[in-house]
Design a binder for this molecule. Structure first.
Ligand code: A2P
Length: 350
């Protein structure tokens, strides 16, 4: 085993390091050159003894326990809400800042919910825990906020096309196995998902409320309001799981207070942070999940006038759910903390 001490910087722990988002977090800390003095990889007993690479070293994965956060400045957590609820307060009590990718704390009024392109100022209010929004919400917020800046929006109606990666690494494997089974004439066996996803799609299977909306849809409603700081914003979402391995897509209808010309919207999105405009109307070429995969930017295109409403615009996006929809956004929040002097570096550990 190699030791996990590196150079001067922050002592970072990744909770859920072996998952789809966790492994992306490790890669992003390396490729974005985040100042890490020590990296601790934490997961469940299932991963005890396994190793993951970071900056040319093989780091051993540890099972999270009561002592895991004693020597840590920053925790990037992506191990599910129940795990975050167990460890967040403990990590904060031992002096760490806890950036949480789960839904556990997102709507807590004391806890900032941040998309750095939209509300970076919220970081200054943190008391130890910062929430990373839901993936579909992040992608929509990055694309819609630049337009909201030009003209207030009264109502957003969105339909999502969500890849298997949103349900984790094992869900991605399930779609591959199911596809192979179907092509080999066998019946697909659902394990992570309730129904076969290969060659199929189904409305998002999170719990439904009394109004018939599922949890994933209500995340888009409530989290967008909190991130934009607009409690009266009207949002209605239909979330659908599709047999795409990675990267989500969204069809978004926006109703502005006053008409917003398509050309003005396009110009704003072309220079918006975190957005890449992808439109070739002659070739009928627009954002696609396979092209969004592995990219930092949210791909936005097919911006057009809503023919059913003078104040309406339609747009389409694809964005890497694991990257900007989760891991990248969390690392960008950490970078924001460093920039705003809200995270104190420790001396190099030998
Ligand atoms: P493990 O691999 O040991 O199960 P994904 O979202 O891709 O399914 O990944 C979930 C991540 O959260 C994995 O790293 C998983 O670790 C981790 N995890 C799940 N449950 C726990 C737990 N109770 N304690 C710590 N880590 C957990």
């Amino acid at each position: 085993m190699e030791d996990n001490n590196l150079t001067a910087g922050f002592r970072v722990a990744i909770l859920g390091a072996t998952g789809a988002v966790g492994t992306e977090l490790i890669e992003l800390l390396e490729t974005r050159n985040f100042p890490v003095s020590q990296l601790k990889l934490l997961a469940s007993p299932r991963s005890a003894g396994s190793y993951l690479p970071f900056k040319g070293k093989q780091l051993q994965v540890e099972v999270v326990d009561d002592h895991s956060f004693e020597d840590v400045d920053l925790v990037l957590a992506s191990a599910g809400g129940s795990t975050s609820k167990v460890w967040a307060e403990k990590a904060v009590a031992s002096g760490a800042v806890f950036i949480d990718n789960s839904s556990a704390f997102r709507l807590d009024p004391q806890i900032p919910l941040i998309v750095p392109e939209v509300n970076p100022q919220a970081a200054a209010q943190h008391r130890g825990i910062i929430a990373n929004p839901n993936c579909t919400t992040i992608l929509m917020a990055v694309a819609v906020w630049p337009l909201y800046q030009l003209q207030p929006i009264k109502r957003i109606v969105v339909a999502t096309y969500q890849s298997a990666s949103g349900a984790g690494a094992r869900a991605m494997e399930e779609v591959k196995t199911q596809s192979q089974d179907i092509l080999n004439g066998k019946s697909p066996t659902p394990e992570i998902f309730p129904y076969p996803l290969a060659f199929n799609l189904f409305p998002h299977n999170s719990p439904l409320n009394d109004q018939g909306y599922c949890e994933e849809e209500m995340k888009m409603v409530n989290e967008t309001r909190k991130i934009f700081g607009v409690t009266e914003l009207r949002v209605s979402a239909t979330c659908v799981r599709v047999p795409v391995l990675r990267a989500h897509s969204e069809a978004i209808n926006l109703e502005f207070v006053e008409p917003l010309p398509v050309a003005t919207a396009r110009e704003a999105l072309a220079k918006a942070n975190g957005v890449k405009l992808v439109e070739d109307w002659q070739a009928n070429y627009f954002p696609m999940p396979v092209e969004a995969t592995g990219r930092d930017e949210v791909l936005v295109g097919r911006i057009r006038q809503d023919i059913s409403h003078p104040c309406g615009l339609e747009l389409w996006l694809s964005g890497d759910q694991i990257r900007k929809g989760a891991a990248l956004n969390a690392v960008q929040i950490a970078e924001l903390l460093v920039k705003q002097n809200l995270l104190q570096p420790t001396a190099a550990v030998s």
